[in-house]
Design a protein around this ligand. Structure first.
Ligand SMILES: [Zn+2]
Length: 464
């Protein structure tokens, strides 16, 4: 078997790994590279393999750095199955539709910098490519072995990272023996709201593990709920508004679920709550369709409350007019809007109208990348540039952690122990991490493997 790491090697985007066995070529994930626009574009539009020659794609989950370049595969001739869980198929469909607009916008920016001797820059892919690849999705259940080709089987186990996320178990019969490969996708955490804990799987000959937070320990998610309650109580007392920039997939639904719980226990003050993101609204509908995939707390809650994403006082904002009307609303309220790092989307309007009032609070949840407005708010910079105007930051800023969807070093240890306790691990590869994080995790993982873990470089191949 040969593995080539075509993405997420030494970095955290562009997940894509090619497995070759005999004449068979299977791609694990096909994510978008993100980051510097021109460099990301170069990486996203070229494949080291010929997409038309692939036999199958296996998709771990629907985050855009894992599924976002699937339409490029279709554009370059791939016609074959994309095997994933049913929830991933639903979520990826919505995420890829949304990605079309981002591709149009990126192409517009790159086109501005194009010199006259360069060809015109078109979006990376179009709606036709998205529709084409979505037609190829083949949803499968968790926990069931599926035969892909003679001598090739795949099974999905819950990764506990986002709705539909899976650990991939792949078994390939080669020269009379079965080779077993496990790919973590993105590994979730124990005790995250809504999601089941990551499933422990049996050991393997080859492990491909993510390593995003291989050198960190996260705060527990439960503390965030009570901190959120304190902030909303204070806003209710002072008549201020609470603006929460949040990612549309996962983070928004987790916050709404917490607020729903606080409402059920009658702790939530009588303050209207608005979710103002069309993408979040579409994704929440998909969450409602897959309630059976959530953890035991949600399943218990469903006996008394048929919809954990709705409570009196909560409004899902639709049109732009309704969104703008919130700017002139008097009295306290909570507004949850995308994007999570305040780089685009409706949250910018809400921040513009909120940051100069000391009675208001901006709640930043989780990691904010460098050079984003979210990061400048975390740093409490006195002036914020929103669109093309400067605003003075007078609102309170609260930074809450604990909702990261990625395993920390203790979760990894727990999961590796379970993996190794059954049949051990042969060769491990660490992907999807900055070098310092992958190296720290390699130090933990080596105790559970026959061979020292390898941190592959981009486009490096290994015979295993
Ligand atoms: Zn992910």
């Amino acid at each position: 078997m040969k593995i080539t790491f075509c993405g997420a090697a030494g970095e955290v985007t562009g997940s894509q790994h090619l497995i070759e066995s005999g004449k068979l070529k299977i791609l694990l994930d096909c994510g978008l590279f993100q980051g510097h626009r021109a460099e990301a574009r170069r990486k996203n539009e070229t494949f080291r393999h010929n997409p038309a020659n692939l036999d199958a794609v296996i998709l771990s989950h629907a985050h855009i750095d894992h599924c976002g370049n699937l339409p490029s595969l279709y554009r370059k001739g791939y016609r074959g199955p994309v095997i994933c869980t049913a929830a991933t198929a639903d979520v990826a469909d919505v995420m890829l539709q949304d990605s079309i607009h981002i591709q149009v916008e990126d192409a517009r920016h790159l086109e501005k910098r194009r010199t006259t001797d360069q060809p015109r820059i078109e979006p990376l892919y179009s709606e036709k490519d998205v529709r084409g690849i979505v037609r190829e999705f083949e949803p499968k259940q968790y926990g069931t072995w599926n035969s892909l080709f003679p001598g090739v089987r795949v099974r999905f186990r819950d990764a506990g990272h986002i709705l539909g996320s899976a650990i991939v178990e792949l078994e390939i019969d080669e020269k009379g023996e079965t080779r077993r490969l496990v790919f973590t996708g993105d590994l979730g955490r124990r005790g995250l709201p809504l999601l089941r804990d990551p499933e422990i799987v049996a050991g393997c000959d080859i492990l491909i593990s993510e390593s995003t937070y291989g050198n960190r320990v996260h705060q527990p998610a439960t503390e965030l709920k009570s901190e959120l309650l304190q902030i909303i109580r204070r806003a209710a007392d002072t008549g201020g508004r609470v603006v929460i920039p949040a990612f549309s997939l996962g983070r928004t639904q987790q916050i709404v679920y917490f607020l729903n719980q606080l409402n059920l226990t009658r702790e939530l003050p009588d303050v209207p709550v608005f979710v103002d993101s069309p993408l979040s609204n579409r994704l929440t509908e998909i969450f409602r369709r897959h309630l059976g995939l959530f953890d035991e707390h949600v399943r218990a809650l469903l006996h008394d409350d048929s919809d954990p994403f709705s409570f009196p006082g909560l409004t899902y904002v639709g049109t732009q007019q309704e969104s703008m009307a919130l700017n002139h609303r008097a009295g306290p309220c909570v507004i949850i809007a995308a994007s999570g790092m305040c780089e685009s989307g409706r949250v910018l309007h809400h921040l513009k109208h909120s940051v100069e009032n000391p009675n208001n609070t901006v709640v930043i949840i989780g990691f904010q990348a460098e050079h984003t407005l979210g990061r400048r708010i975390v740093e409490r910079q006195p002036y914020l540039k929103i669109y093309d105007r400067q605003y003075t930051l007078r609102a309170k800023v609260e930074v809450l952690n604990g909702l990261s969807g990625h395993a920390d070093v203790n979760d990894f240890k727990w999961w590796y122990e379970g993996l190794a306790s059954q049949t051990g691990v042969g060769q491990a590869f660490l992907v999807h991490g900055e070098p310092a994080s992958s190296q720290a995790l390699a130090g933990v993982l080596k105790d559970y493997c026959d061979e020292d873990p390898i941190i592959p470089e981009l486009y490096q191949s290994f015979e295993v």
